[in-house]
Design a binder for this molecule. Structure first.
Ligand SMILES: Cc1cc2nc3c(=O)[nH]c(=O)nc-3n(C[C@H](O)[C@H](O)[C@H](O)COP(=O)(O)OP(=O)(O)OC[C@H]3O[C@@H](n4cnc5c(N)ncnc54)[C@H](O)[C@@H]3O)c2cc1C
Length: 356
């Protein structure tokens, strides 16, 4: 194989690109990340919550037993290396909406697959001084949040300092194929991995895949009264990032798919927030992003059907925080050691769309 300047070019420095680049550098690969922090990014907007039991029916998140411990170890060790706290463990308090819901949820907690994610404390968290919880509530554990703005900034500084980050917008038209390698701006690479989130739809190599992007908005609020370090979740989430500052989200919308917060989404979040909490607050900012979701709600990862040095790491949807580290590791193992990718995430499942 020809010698190249770098083993890998990673396009995009959101959560996908960052997790992948981190795993590649840990396995001793020579990497260059190309990113443009002035472009929008879903990771910049995300609340960073990881929640093992989601939805109205309290369903265990897909592969939670594998993904959560891996993510925990990953963000903890990354934080140690970057000298900052990226991972914040925090229980998720889910107020019951009715006696019926209380009964249903408590019955479900007998399921051994679920019970390890529910607090066994006899005295449940008491947030009634600021949360509407007339019927009590349930405390989900092994949950928390990752400080994504800090992670993105710290890793960008780290990679820049080590000559592994270039600030630039990547144009696919500038990529040239030369024998076994790829060249971009006169720099040669063994492989290019595209980690562009929603912007993959502008990339001819991969825009045939069934992305189903979803816009989301969140609010930053300041509360007059101090709140406890519990994420509150009922229809929406309220995540305390400090005693008086919370992030509140998120909405799900499809039209228009742009990156602008709207008054309508703010009103939707406010109306849900008012039925969740009973203390005064003020909105300090609103932001919106586009989740790189997929029709079958599974990541899109793997090697291009016609070019074995063009790779995709995408489709993290609503759960990038836990999916990104685990599948970054799986992708590196696949590319470097030939280990099989989970077929449910491998883009091979959609090759028929490419060849039709
Ligand atoms: C409102 C909201 C709340 C969310 N909350 C959570 C949450 O609590 N927990 C959770 O797990 N997930 C959450 N998510 C989902 C999460 O944001 C995504 O799963 C994840 O961040 C996707 O990461 P990514 O790197 O694939 O995409 P992105 O973060 O969008 O990153 C792609 C990067 O590639 C760059 N890029 C694209 N094209 C180019 C180019 N041509 N040249 C250079 N750079 C390029 C972009 O600028 C961007 O930086 C939320 C999303 C939204 C919108």
């Amino acid at each position: 194989m020809a010698t190249t300047d770098y083993d890998y070019l990673v396009v995009g420095q959101g959560l996908a690109g960052t997790s992948l680049a981190w795993h590649l550098k840990e396995s001793g690969k020579k990497i260059l990340i190309v990113g443009d922090s002035s472009l929008p990014s879903s990771s910049k907007v995300a609340a960073g919550i990881f929640n093992p039991l989601t939805g109205k029916k309290l369903v265990k998140t897909w592969l939670a037993d594998d993904l959560f411990p891996y993510a925990n170890a990953f963000y903890t060790s990354m934080g140690q290396e970057l000298n900052c706290q990226l991972l914040h463990s925090a229980s998720i308090y889910r107020p019951f909406r009715s006696i019926e819901e209380q009964n249903t949820y408590l019955a479900q907690t007998a399921d051994p697959g679920i019970s390890r994610y529910i607090s066994q404390d006899t005295v449940a968290a008491d947030l009634t001084d600021y949360v509407h919880a007339e019927f009590g509530g349930l405390e989900v554990v092994r949950s928390g949040w990752v400080d994504l703005p800090l992670l993105l900034n710290k890793t960008r500084d780290y990679f820049s300092m080590n000559g592994q980050y270039m600030h630039s917008k990547f144009d696919v038209a500038d990529l040239q194929f030369e024998n076994d390698s790829l060249t971009w701006k006169n720099i040669s690479f063994g492989k290019v991995v595209f980690c562009q989130g929603f912007m993959a739809l502008q990339n001819d190599f991969f825009n045939w895949l069934p992305f189903a992007p979803v816009k989301g908005q969140i609010l930053d609020i300041a509360t007059e009264k101090a709140v406890k370090p519990y994420i509150v979740n009922q229809g929406i989430f309220m995540l305390p990032v400090s005693e008086h500052v919370c992030r509140v989200g998120a909405t799900y919308s499809w039209d228009p798919l742009d990156w602008e917060p709207t008054e309508q989404a703010t009103e939707e979040l406010e109306s849900k927030l008012k039925s969740l909490i009973k203390i005064p607050y003020s909105i300090t900012s609103a932001s919106a992003g586009i989740r790189p979701s997929v029709k079958d709600r599974r990541p899109l990862i793997g090697v291009h059907p016609s070019h074995d040095n063009i790779v995709l790491f995408n489709g993290l949807g609503t759960k990038g925080v836990t999916l990104a580290p685990f599948f970054a590791n799986q992708l590196v193992e696949h590319l470097e050691n030939g280990k099989e990718l989970n077929p449910l995430v491998n883009i091979q499942r959609y090759f028929s769309l490419y060849f039709r």
